[in-house]
Design a binder for this molecule. Structure first.
Ligand SMILES: *Cc1c(COP(=O)(O)O)cnc(C)c1O
Length: 366
């Protein structure tokens, strides 16, 4: 589409803000290295563009979740270290090797499969190893970790461990007692194991302080402008701006209703704007009666239900010179934050970001 064509809905991604957030992580976590978590298409914002920008900023290490994400990233980041969090299921091993991806091994079985692959190709293979410290999702259990520590010479034969990994369960809450508990478990785990760099913290962990940084931190959300600890001010810059343009303005009288289910009833003569953005674009239907848009920085409440393609707003209090068909309405950006939307929808900013769909045209700004 040429830039002259009409675009009803847009998602603007500010690469300069991603870069600034990466530099902020470096300042907060230094001297630890900062690796970028770009799984799930960089939380929906565009893995290729974001990884290339970060690589130019000096980021040489990335994390993805899936093998397929690693393969896609390898094509645009030929020189980078790429860790795959899902591990090394035996049928993923050939592709991991072919694309020079480093698995984060999650079990003794993963370790055995990767070791066998190293033996088969008669060459050492790099690996990260994840051990659990309380999340109970992925990673070696404490029993398996003891086994590995006792038999590391045999079990790690052929492998070069380049990173020990664990993951915090409550990093979004600096008051949570679990953070310290996990920190102590991570330290005692590392003390039993052969020496290698260690990585413990995602975005929230970075904000818990340098004790939690170890050798490498793994931010995702913070790079994309989310607030990793929503009860505190956000240290990161907003990255995403989602806008839908006004398609129509209409005046309704007292007692008229708006939208599906007629859930909004006008209590005053009301000026409505219908904008081109709906739940298909990622603006959750749960925002009905709770959400806001913003026009020229002025907040306007959602009136009635969010529908698939459209949303209606009560713009009675907006100066008329700001209102016309074609005017963009911000639904996420500098005025309406991810955390505000997440709170209104009863979910986390992670889900709001990753729910943004491809229908809103994505643009990248330097
Ligand atoms: C997703 C993920 C991260 C990034 O977490 P954020 O909270 O987005 O910073 C880091 N480590 C692991 C293991 C993850 O799954």
């Amino acid at each position: 589409m040429s830039s002259n064509d009409f675009e009803a809905a847009r998602l603007l991604v500010r690469l300069g803000a991603v870069e600034a957030n990466f530099r902020a992580c470096r300042r907060l976590a230094g001297p630890a290295a900062v690796a970028a978590v770009v799984k799930a298409d960089a939380y929906g914002l565009g893995m290729a563009q974001i990884a290339q920008r970060l690589a130019r900023t000096g980021c040489d290490t990335f994390f993805v979740a899936r093998l397929e994400e690693g393969i896609a990233l390898r094509a645009v980041a030929p020189q980078s270290r790429i860790f795959v969090l899902d591990g090394a299921p035996p049928d993923a091993v050939p592709a991991l090797i072919r694309h020079a991806l480093t698995p984060v091994l999650n079990s003794l079985a993963d370790i055995a499969a990767w070791g066998a692959a190293a033996e088969a190709i008669r060459s050492e293979l790099d690996a990260a190893i994840h051990f659990d410290t309380g999340m109970n999702r992925l990673g070696l259990s404490p029993e398996d970790l003891s086994l590995l520590a006792a038999e590391h010479a045999g079990r790690l034969a052929g492998l070069r461990v380049v990173l020990w990994v664990s993951h915090l369960a409550c990093a979004d809450d600096p008051q949570a007692a679990m953070n310290r508990v996990q920190l102590e478990r991570f330290r005692s785990g590392l003390a039993m194991l052969p020496a290698a760099p260690a990585s413990f913290s995602s975005s929230g962990g970075i904000l818990l302080g340098r004790d939690y940084a170890f050798d490498m931190v793994r931010p995702g959300l913070g790079l994309y402008g989310g607030n990793p600890q929503p009860l505190r001010p956000n240290p990161f810059k907003n990255v995403a701006e989602l806008t839908g343009r006004i398609l129509q303005l209409r005046r309704i009288a007292v007692d008229e209703t708006v939208g599906y289910g007629a859930t909004f009833r006008a209590r005053r003569p009301t000026l409505l704007a219908t904008a081109a953005l709906g739940y298909k674009d990622g603006l959750m239907r749960a925002l009905t009666a709770k959400g806001f848009g913003a026009i020229g920085g002025v907040r306007v409440p959602v009136a009635g239900r969010v529908s698939m393609d459209l949303i209606t707003l009560d713009v009675t209090d907006v100066p008329v010179e700001h209102l016309a068909p074609g005017v963009p309405v911000e639904f996420l950006g500098d005025t309406i934050t991810l955390e505000e939307i997440a709170a209104a929808c009863g979910t986390a900013s992670y889900e709001i970001l990753t729910s943004l769909s491809r229908r809103a045209a994505r643009h990248f700004e330097d």
